[in-house]
Design a protein around this ligand. Structure first.
Ligand SMILES: Nc1c(N[C@@H]2O[C@H](COP(=O)(O)O)[C@@H](O)[C@H]2O)[nH]c(=O)[nH]c1=O
Length: 155
C-alpha cells in the first residue's frame, strides 16, 4: 500500500508542509514548514526584508506566494541547499509535535508520496512519475526518529 497525501484537509494532511504545525529554529518561530522553506530562499540576498515578510505571512499559501514571486531572485545556491533546508524543517516538525510523529511512525514501512498534480520535484506530479522528494524525506525522517527512539530505549 502507498500513502498519498497533498492537501492539509485530506487524509494524512499533517504530512503537508502547509499543515499548521509551527517549528522553532535558531531562536525564531515559524508558523509552518512552508514559511521556513520559502523564507530560506532569500538568506544572503541584498534585500533580506522579504524573510521577515514571509515569516509573518498569515497563511502558508501566502508565504508560498511571496517566496514564488517571479520579481524576486532567490539566493544563487538555492538548488544546492534546498533539500537540506527542507529536511531540517521537516525533522524539527516531527520531533516537536508528538501527535503527528505518532501518525508518521504508524505508517511503518509504507511508501509515502506527495501527490501533487503540479510539482515534479517535491511531489510525483500529475502522471505520478516525479521523484517525490518530500515523500522520500518523510520516509527518511521516519527512519531517523525510529532510530532515535530505539537508542533512547536502550540507554
Ligand atoms: N502542499 C502544497 C504544495 N506543495 C509544496 O510546495 C513547496 C514547493 O514550493 P516551490 O519550491 O516554491 O515550488 C513544497 O513545500 C511542496 O511540498 N504547493 C501548493 O501550492 N499547495 C499545497 O497545498
Amino acid at each position: 500500500m502507498t500513502i498519498y497525501f497533498y492537501k492539509v484537509d485530506e487524509p494524512y494532511g499533517c504530512f503537508s508542509n502547509f499543515s499548521l504545525h509551527g517549528i522553532r529554529r535558531k531562536g525564531l518561530h515559524w508558523p509552518t514548514v512552508e514559511h521556513y522553506y520559502q523564507a530560506h530562499k532569500f538568506i544572503g540576498v541584498e534585500d533580506e526584508s522579504i524573510i521577515t515578510e514571509i515569516r509573518n505571512a498569515p497563511t502558508p499559501d501566502e508565504a508560498a506566494k511571496l517566496g514564488r514571486d517571479p520579481s524576486r531572485t532567490a539566493r544563487s545556491n538555492w538548488d544546492w541547499v534546498k533539500l537540506g533546508i527542507m529536511r531540517e524543517a521537516v525533522l524539527t516538525k516531527f520531533l516537536t509535535h508528538l501527535d503527528i510523529q505518532a501518525i508518521l511512525l504508524a505508517t511503518e514501512d509504507l511508501t509515502i508520496v506527495e501527490d501533487s498534480p503540479t510539482d515534479y520535484f517535491w511531489g510525483c506530479g500529475a502522471d505520478r512519475t516525479g521523484p517525490n522528494h518530500l515523500g522520500q524525506m518523510l520516509m527518511s525522517v521516519r527512519e531517523e526518529i525510529r532510530g532515535r527512539l530505539q537508542e533512547k530505549e536502550s540507554s
